[in-house]
Design a protein around this ligand. Structure first.
Ligand code: HEC
Ligand code: HEC
Length: 277
């Protein structure tokens, strides 16, 4: 090869390298939108999630991987039978499952499937970011009229393991439609005298004539019930729960009836919330 030939070869090589780099840079910039899309999918609003990613399909507690199974099972048992498994932290006759049916594994209840993907959230009550430990303490202190669990203790750790296991596969901060209690849209003025008349035929059979509970169903007022600081002690929550889920397995009240019965029940005595137990 003469010197012109060598020069030509050199120019060719440089040109090829330059073209290659350009192509690489182009490909790189083409990838960028894809990266942005991934960020959007995991974004705080759940925007961009396809419904197929938010599926109600909680795994069974006993199917948890072996190294966390003991914790997951303890968490499940605490929620099902709080009176036995976390007795020292409970101050009434309720179990978590009385409001979060099947330890929150049901869809038609105050479901807990996906809570691990929902938190931390901002809560008006704390006026700050709240995690699942704090949220759970709130149900112990108010719904269970009980005491705070040591956050690093076995009970709380087990409950967290359980929440995470039943939330498996749900994307963090996705919009999970079955979480939260859907409030009632009604302008009906709740009438507790009418509610008192409705209590007999609709609730008495399971919750007892005096609302103190039976072997079939837990108390609705009196010393064994939730305290007056509980979410359930607010008419909008109690009425929504009653309308949507009561009588258990066969809800059949009108919105107005649910509001009347709820106003009656919430006018009766219950434990007082005491901060910092
Ligand atoms: C067929 C029986 C049955 C009837 C009738 C019934 N409930 Fe219940 N209710 C239950 C059971 C059982 C639970 C606990 C669910 C569980 O642990 O799985 C419950 C739980 C509740 C709870 C949450 C736990 C608590 O005690 O605070 C409320 C509130 C409630 N019922 C309100 C009502 C109201 C109001 C009526 C009347 C409109 C009513 N229920 C009628 C069976 C019934
Ligand atoms: C008397 C009924 C009742 C009992 C008993 C109860 N809770 Fe709750 N729980 C509620 C209500 C009402 C809410 C609020 C639902 C809403 O804001 O939409 C709630 C919310 C929660 C949340 C947050 C759910 C979410 O979607 O943000 C967790 C976690 C929770 N409870 C755990 C527990 C645990 C654990 C126990 C037992 C130690 C328990 N609860 C007992 C009524 C109850």
């Amino acid at each position: 090869m003469n010197s012109r030939g060598i020069l030509f070869a050199l120019v060719l090589v440089v040109a090829l390298v330059l073209a290659g780099t350009g192509l690489y840079a182009m490909l790189g910039s083409m990838e960028e939108p894809a990266v942005q899309k991934a960020v959007l999918v995991a974004g705080a609003t759940g925007e961009g999630l396809t419904p197929s990613q938010v599926v109600f399909n909680p795994p069974l507690p006993q199917d948890a991987p072996e190294d966390i199974r003991e914790g997951v099972m303890l968490g499940y048992r605490i929620l099902m039978d709080t009176q036995t498994y976390a007795k020292e932290y409970v101050g009434n006759q309720l179990n978590c499952r009385n409001c979060h049916f099947d330890a929150g594994r049901e869809r038609n209840t105050l479901s807990l499937v996906g809570v691990a993907a929902k938190y931390p959230i901002y809560r008006e009550r704390e006026k700050y970011v709240t995690d699942l430990v704090t949220r759970t303490q709130s149900c112990f202190l108010r719904s269970m009229n009980g005491k705070r669990l040591p956050p690093e203790g076995k009970h709380m750790q087990a409950i967290m393991a359980y929440y995470h296991w039943i939330s498996r596969g749900l994307p963090q901060y996705a919009r999970i439609p079955w979480l939260g209690l859907k409030k009632l849209d009604s302008s009906h003025q709740a009438d507790k005298a009418a509610g008192k008349r409705l209590y007999g035929p609709h609730c008495h059979g399971c919750h007892g004539p005096d609302g103190l509970g039976t072997v079939t169903a837990p108390p609705l007022w009196g010393p064994g019930s939730f305290n007056d600081g509980a979410g359930m002690s607010k008419l909008k929550n109690f009425a929504a729960f009653t309308y949507r889920f009561m009588p258990k397995s066969a809800p059949n009240l009108t919105v107005s009836q649910a509001l009347d019965i709820s106003a009656y029940i919430l006018s009766l005595p219950r434990p007082r919330f005491q901060a910092d137990k």
